[in-house]
Design a protein around this ligand. Structure first.
Ligand code: GLU
Length: 340
């Protein structure tokens, strides 16, 4: 093979290999912050000819809202997103909704149980519930290991609880668990999981696996090669890497990007104004204006420029992504016509 042909073959195989994912949770309406992270995930995969998987992270959670899963897909389609596999388009690794994949998580948990890497825990409900969803920054609870080595088996733990409550399953982190990885945006990140969170919840009963286990099992089963998401999950990644290791799975690459914040520097919330994509659509803002704002935040568009998602492919420059979070400020509101 000539040098040039070899180069083309290499480029071709690396193109085929990239698989990114969009993984919304139906816990509320999609807002500008979510849309910005999804835009970067889409661009990262598509700019290298990669495939995108849409996965709905709809495991039982008190914060789940009826209709939010369908609404998220609708909002993303309106903004110009597409995906090759997903709940609405099917694909070889279906199903693409977590609530329909519980069998897989149960099997993974069984393997961890056999390996002695999880133990039953009877600690407080709040602690266990927190383990069911993605532990965004500020939501990490430290566990001191109260139940580690406390019960001979699951039944013994169950007998320690009142009727109607079942023990959860906690991952055994141990006394020291330093984990390092190279983040695509943040660079080298090191954390000792033992002191950061301690043993963490993988599943509760009878609901089954929570986010930590489900996301790992799915990203591996769906052949995901890169995870790009908000940097509020950076600190959760070492825990996920421990789960990958425990299950003998190859982790994807991780890239954590800054979030969109309000003028007070806090993660986007209701008090910052209505930044829901559906509200923008309903008030007649064109999708290109929204995408233009997301691109302007990244430094790839002029203020107020209107652009389609695909128009961003030639402008996509991950190296030029601002280090600081994007701010939903007066300028952003003006672009969206929210202030006159
Ligand atoms: N479904 C999670 C969330 O919306 C995303 C988790 C992930 O990207 O790994 O918080």
């Amino acid at each position: 093979m000539t040098g040039e042909r070899a180069e083309c073959a290499r480029a071709e195989s690396s193109r085929q290999a990239v698989r990114g994912r969009l993984a919304p949770s139906p816990t509320g309406a999609l807002h500008l912050g979510n849309a910005r992270s999804f835009m970067l995930a889409w661009l990262s995969a598509r700019s290298r000819g990669g495939t995108l998987v849409m996965r709905m992270e709809d495991l039982d959670h008190p914060k789940n809202k009826a209709g939010a899963a369908e609404a998220a897909l609708l909002d993303l389609r309106w903004l110009g997103f597409d995906w090759d596999e997903g709940p609405d388009v099917g694909g070889p690794r279906a199903p693409y909704v977590q609530s329909a994949r519980k069998e897989l998580y149960a099997r993974a948990l069984e393997r961890l149980r056999e390996a002695g890497l999880v133990y039953p825990c009877v600690c407080t409900r709040r602690d266990v519930e927190a383990g069911q969803s993605a532990p965004h920054e500020g939501e990490v609870l430290f566990y001191d290991g109260t139940c580690r080595g406390r019960f001979a088996d699951y039944d013994a733990a169950r007998r320690a609880l009142p009727e109607g409550r079942l023990p959860a399953w906690r991952f055994r982190v141990g006394q020291s668990a330093p984990v390092s990885f190279d983040d695509g945006f943040c660079g080298r990140f090191t954390q000792d999981v033992a002191s950061a969170s301690g043993d963490f919840v993988l599943a509760r009963e009878p609901q089954g696996a929570g986010y930590m286990l489900a996301a790992v099992v799915d990203d591996a089963a769906m052949g995901v090669t890169e995870v790009l998401r908000g940097d509020d999950l950076l600190e959760a990644t070492p825990r996920q890497l421990l789960v990958y290791r425990a299950l003998g799975l190859t982790p994807p690459s991780f890239t954590h990007v800054p979030l969109v914040v309000g003028e007070d520097g806090k993660r986007l919330a209701k008090r910052h104004g209505d930044t829901r994509i559906a509200s923008l659509r309903e008030s007649g803002v064109p999708p290109e204006r929204v995408m233009g704002l997301l691109a302007w935040w990244c430094g790839w568009a002029d203020r107020g420029e209107e652009l389609g998602l695909r128009d961003l492919l030639p402008r996509y420059d991950p190296g030029a992504l601002p280090r600081a979070p994007a701010v939903f400020d007066c300028a952003a509101k003006e672009i969206l016509g929210m202030v006159r």
